[in-house]
Design a protein around this ligand. Structure first.
Ligand SMILES: [Zn+2]
Length: 120
């Protein structure tokens, strides 16, 4: 018998990996558009259109925070994929216990069990 590492069956891991990879692909696509939107505001009126400069700067700031969020989420997805490869997927990064299956179902990149998640 192989030592039990994460208690997840191979099909659970496959499902998780697929969900992570799908989200990753979607975010990478979104990031391309967010990068464009987060680029420095063009002061040229023709490219700004009807927007005032203030509006354009506000939109840029929003795009920047969206981009930052997307990048954070991508790092989480990559970390989860790395944990799958390492055989540590589904274990809480804080206490080492198994993360509740329904928690992983809700977010395959979650890193803490509900108890440790609450404490943070
Ligand atoms: Zn925990």
């Amino acid at each position: 018998m192989k030592p039990k590492m994460s208690g997840r069956s191979p099909s659970d891991l496959d499902t998780a990996r697929q969900r992570l990879l799908q989200e990753r692909q979607r975010l990478e696509q979104a990031m391309i558009e967010e990068r464009v939107a987060a680029a420095p505001v063009q002061l040229d009126q023709s490219s700004v259109g009807r927007l005032t400069r203030m509006d354009a700067m506000q939109q840029q700031a929003m795009a920047q925070s969206m981009l930052a969020r997307t990048e954070r989420r991508l790092r989480m997805l990559d970390a989860a994929l790395a944990r799958i490869s390492a055989g540590a997927y589904g274990l809480c990064c804080e206490c080492g216990n198994e993360i509740e299956p329904e928690r992983l179902a809700a977010d395959p990149a979650v890193v803490f069990c509900s108890e440790c998640g609450r404490r943070r």
